[in-house]
Design a protein around this ligand. Structure first.
Ligand SMILES: [Zn+2]
Length: 77
């Protein structure tokens, strides 16, 4: 399952959560205050970090959009 990043709309706490892709846009309760937290655009999903520390964008729709079936995607598990 991919990791998504969420930010609380009430207390600004941000955290990461393992969720199925089908539910990634659903609000989730904040672990700090139980208010609704919305999904953030995660660096982990949007960028890949190369062996030399270089960061390169991965597509436009995030990771696991169909091009990561070969095992290259580290967030796909
Ligand atoms: Zn909160």
């Amino acid at each position: 399952m991919p990791i998504y990043e969420y930010a609380c709309t009430s207390c600004d706490h941000d955290f990461e959560l393992l969720r199925p892709m089908s539910r990634m846009d659903e609000p989730t309760p904040c672990p700090e205050c139980s208010s609704k937290a919305k999904r953030q655009i995660s660096m982990f999903a949007s960028y890949s970090i190369g062996a030399e520390g270089t960061i390169s964008p991965v597509g436009g729709g995030g990771c696991c959009g169909g091009s990561c079936g070969g095992g290259a995607c580290s967030t796909g598990f």
